[in-house]
Design a protein around this ligand. Structure first.
Ligand code: PLP
Length: 689
C-alpha cells in the first residue's frame, strides 16, 4: 500500500470534488458566458463557488478571481503592483521573504526587468525559526513598493507572523502580497481584515484538481490583467473558465464550510505528534528543522544525522512512503534546501532534510499505517548498518564500492580477508556513511587518497571528518604526502591486489593477483571525448587497453571509460517498456532482471518485481564495477558471449546508466526498464480516510 505523505506538493482529489467535476463535464457543461439556460447554470456555479470562497477566506469585499493556480495569481499580483510603481520616486525596492516559493522572486525579477523599473529586489531575512526578521523589514519597508510574505512555508511548514508583518508595514507605502497557498483550509486568514492587497491560492494543495486557483485582490488595490481577451471575470482575467476545476474547488470549499469532512486543528496536531514520535523512534538522533509550535500541524521537516536526504528518500520510496526532500519543484535538483539555508541551519541539516506532509483528510487508520511503515524504514536502515549505534554484522565486501554525491564520485576499495581498505576522493557528505561502513565491517583504512595534487578545501574537510568518525584502530597513517599517499610506500596492499601510483599523473591503478590492471582512478583527467577516442596518450601509456578509468567528476553518469574503447554496441532500444517485456524475454531466453537499487531499497516490493516473471538478481549500482571485468562480459573463443540482462531501479535512471555502460563496453543484450519500479503497477493510493 502506498503511503502518500507529500500533501504540500499536491493532494489527491476529494471524492466529492471528483463527483462535482464529473457532473460539470457531463451535465453542467455550459459556458458561463452564454446567455441561454445551459450557460446560466454554469454561471450560477461560478457565482456559488466564488461566494463560498469569499466566506471561507474572509473576503466579503475586493475581487476574487479564478485562475489556473497560484503561479498565475502571483504573476497577476506582481504585474499589477509593478505597473502601479512606474514613475514613482518614493520607492526603490521590492521585498520578499527569503523562504518564499520561487514563483515569487522569479516573478519579481521577471516583471521588474520587463517593465524596466530598475528596482532592487531583495530577500527579507528569516530567523533560525524560519520567521521574517521584523526589525529588518521595518527598517527597509519605508522605501518598498511591494512586500511579499507567504502565509505558511511549503517546506518547513513555518507559519508567518502576519500580525507582526502588518505592524512592520504600518508606515510603509508598500503593497502587500500574501501567498496563501499552504494556508488554505489550515489557517484562518481573514483576508479583508488585514491590509493584504493580493493573496493567491492553488486548489491542488487542498484536494481540488491541478489547474484551478484563486486570486484575492483588495478593493482599491492596483490591477492590471495578465490575460486580455474575451472579458471573462469582469475583464480582469480573460479566457473561458476551467469549469470542472471550479466545480471541484466548490466541493472542497463546501467541505471546509460544513466542518465534517476535514480533521480539526486539534486532531491534525495529534496526528503530527504521532508521526513525530514514530520518526524519533525510527531514527534516533533525528532533529526537527522547524519548531512545531510555529508550524502548520500538517508538516514535519526533519534531518537524520549522517544520512543524506537522497538515501532516505530512496528508502522511503522503496518502502512505498512518498515524502520529499524539499519543494516538489526543486526535487529534481539535488541541491540542499534553500529554505533551511535561509534559516541558517548547518550544512548537514540542509543536506539531510526530509519533508513529510499530510492533508486534513488524514484519519487515525492512515496515521497508524504511516507510523508502522516509518518504523519499518528505521529498522531497514539499521539492518544495513546505515544508521544507529549498533552495527549489525554486515556481509564483508571485496572490491570497489562507488558512491556519488555533490556531483562527484568517491571509491571505497576493500579486501575482506586482510580487513584493509582505501578511500579515494572522500566527500564531506559521505564521511559518516563511509565511516559506518568501515566500522561495521571492521575494515582498517590504509589510506585516504586524493586525485588532485592540491586537495581542495572540501577534500581536506572530508578526509578530516572521516578520520574523526573512525576509532583510532581503523584510521590511516598520518605520515602521508599531499595526496594522502603513505610516505615511503611503493604500493598499498589490498589482499592479493595492490594499488599503485600512476607516475606523472594524479591517479592510481589497481593491479590484481594476475598482474592485470582492471581499474585506474584518474580524477579529473577524463573528458567526454575519451568515450570515443580513448584516454589521452600520457595516461594510456601506463594502462592496458582493458583498463577501465574511473573519474572523480561524472556529471553525465558514464561511470567508467575504457582506456581504448571496444566497438560499442548500438544504444537503440536500450530502454524497454514493461508492455514489451514478454516479446523481449521470448527473443532472448534467459533474460535476467537485475535490480540495481541499493541493498536497503530492495525487498520491499518483491511482488511487483515478481509480476515480471523473470529470474532475478540483486546488483546495487554501487557494486556494478565489480562484475565488469569478469562477470557480465566474458570472452569465449574470441566471441563475446553475453547473458541478456534487464536492469531495473526506482525510476529508470540508474538502470539506464548501468545499461549504457555495458553497451559501451560492447555488451549488446542489456536493457533498462523504463520508469523503473515506480511504473510497474499503477500504485494503489492509500486512502487517507
Ligand atoms: N506558493 C507556494 C507556497 C507553493 O507551495 C506553491 C506550490 O508548490 C506555489 C506557490 C505554486 O503553486 P502552483 O504550482 O499551483 O501554481
Amino acid at each position: 500500500m502506498e503511503i502518500y505523505l507529500d500533501a504540500n506538493a499536491t493532494t489527491p482529489v476529494l471524492p466529492a470534488a471528483q463527483a462535482a467535476a464529473r457532473a460539470c463535464m457531463s451535465e453542467q457543461f455550459g459556458n458561463p458566458s452564454s446567455t441561454h439556460a445551459t450557460g446560466l447554470r454554469a454561471h450560477a456555479l461560478l457565482d456559488d463557488t466564488r461566494a463560498r470562497a469569499r466566506r471561507v477566506l474572509g473576503a466579503p469585499t475586493g475581487q476574487l478571481l479564478f485562475t489556473s493556480g497560484a503561479t498565475e495569481g502571483i504573476q497577476t499580483a506582481v504585474l499589477s503592483a509593478l505597473v502601479s510603481l512606474r514613475g514613482r520616486d518614493d520607492v526603490d525596492c521590492l521585498l520578499y521573504g527569503a523562504t518564499e516559493h520561487k514563483a515569487v522572486p522569479a516573478a519579481l525579477h521577471h516583471w521588474n526587468r520587463l517593465l524596466d523599473l530598475g528596482l532592487v529586489v531583495a530577500p527579507i531575512p528569516v530567523d533560525p525559526q524560519g520567521r521574517h526578521e521584523l526589525d529588518w523589514l521595518r527598517r527597509h519597508a519605508g522605501r518598498a513598493g511591494l512586500v511579499c510574505t507567504m502565509a505558511a512555508n511549503n517546506e518547513s511548514g513555518v507559519i508567518s507572523d502576519l500580525d507582526g508583518i502588518e505592524a512592520a508595514l504600518a508606515d510603509s507605502p508598500a503593497l502587500w502580497l500574501v501567498d496563501g497557498v499552504q494556508g488554505l483550509g489550515k489557517l484562518d486568514l481573514r483576508l479583508a481584515k488585514r491590509p493584504i492587497d493580493y493573496a493567491p491560492f492553488s486548489g491542488h494543495k487542498l484536494y481540488a484538481p491541478k489547474g484551478i486557483g484563486l486570486l484575492y485582490v483588495r478593493e482599491g488595490a492596483p490591477f492590471t490583467p495578465l490575460m486580455a481577451g474575451g472579458g471573462q471575470e469582469g475583464g480582469l482575467r480573460s479566457g473561458t473558465e476551467n469549469m470542472a476545476g471550479v466545480a471541484a474547488l466548490g466541493a472542497v470549499l463546501a467541505a471546509l464550510e460544513d466542518g465534517h469532512t476535514f480533521a480539526s486543528p486539534a486532531a491534525l496536531a495529534q496526528h503530527r505528534a504521532r508521526l513525530a514520535e514514530a520518526l524519533s523512534e525510527a531514527f534516533p538522533g533525528l532533529v526537527f528543522n522547524a519548531p512545531a509550535a510555529l508550524s502548520l500541524p500538517t508538516t514535519l521537516n526533519f534531518s537524520v544525522p549522517g544520512v543524506a536526504s537522497r538515501l532516505l528518500l530512496d528508502l522511503f520510496d522503496a518502502a512505498g512512503v512518498r515524502v520529499s526532500g524539499g519543494s516538489a519543484c526543486s526535487a529534481a535538483q539535488a541541491a540542499p534546501s534553500f529554505v533551511l539555508e535561509a534559516m541558517g541551519l548547518p550544512a548537514w541539516q540542509t543536506g539531510s532534510a526530509i519533508r513529510l506532509s499530510f492533508g486534513p483528510l488524514a484519519d487515525d487508520a492512515f496515521i497508524d499505517a504511516a507510523c508502522e511503515r516509518i518504523r519499518a524504514c528505521g529498522e531497514a536502515l539499521r539492518a544495513h548498518g546505515l544508521h544507529g549505534s549498533q552495527h549489525p554484522p554486515v556481509r564483508r565486501q571485496d572490491g570497489i564500492t562507488r558512491f556519488s554525491a555533490e556531483g562527484a564520485c568517491c571509491y571505497l576499495l576493500s579486501d575482506a580477508a586482510s580487513q584493509r581498505a582505501v578511500v579515494i576522493d572522500p566527500l564531506p557528505a559521505l564521511a559518516e556513511r563511509l565511516a559506518r561502513q568501515l566500522r561495521s565491517q571492521g575494515l582498517r583504512l590504509s589510506a585516504m587518497l586524493h586525485t588532485s595534487r592540491r586537495p581542495e578545501p572540501v577534500a581536506g574537510a572530508a578526509a578530516q571528518a572521516l578520520r574523526a568518525a573512525l576509532p583510532p584502530a581503523l584510521r590511516p597513517h598520518e605520515e602521508v604526502d599531499v595526496q594522502g599517499w603513505p610516505l615511503g610506500e611503493d604500493a598499498i596492499a589490498l589482499g592479493p591486489r595492490q594499488l599503485l601510483r600512476l607516475p606523472e599523473c594524479r591517479g592510481y591503478v589497481l593491479r590484481d593477483a594476475l598482474g592485470r590492471l582492471p581499474f585506474a582512478f584518474v580524477g579529473d583527467r577524463l573528458t567526454d571525448t575519451a568515450l570515443d577516442t580513448g584516454v589521452d596518450a600520457s595516461l594510456a601509456a601506463w594502462l592496458t587497453p582493458e583498463t577501465l578509468c574511473l573519474p572523480h567528476r561524472d556529471p553525465a553518469g558514464h561511470m567508467a571509460h575504457p582506456t581504448r574503447p571496444p566497438a560499442a554496441a548500438p544504444v537503440q532500444g536500450l530502454v524497454q517498456h514493461a508492455a514489451d517485456l514478454p516479446d523481449l524475454a521470448q527473443q532472448h531466453p534467459g533474460l535476467t532482471l537485475v535490480d540495481v537499487r541499493e541493498a536497503h531499497e530492495q525487498g520491499w516490493d518483491d511482488d511487483r518485481l515478481a509480476s515480471l516473471s523473470l529470474p532475478r538478481q540483486a546488483l546495487p549500482l554501487s557494486q556494478l564495477l565489480n562484475v565488469l571485468p569478469e562477470g557480465a562480459v566474458s570472452r569465449v573463443d574470441g566471441e563475446m558471449i553475453h547473458q541478456p540482462l534487464l536492469f531495473i531501479c526506482r525510476s529508470g535512471q540508474r538502470s539506464a546508466q548501468a545499461a549504457r555502460l555495458l553497451r559501451r563496453l560492447g555488451h549488446g543484450r542489456v536493457w533498462s526498464l523504463a520508469g523503473g519500479v515506480a511504473l510497474l503497477t499503477s500504485a494503489e493510493w492509500a486512502a487517507e480516510r
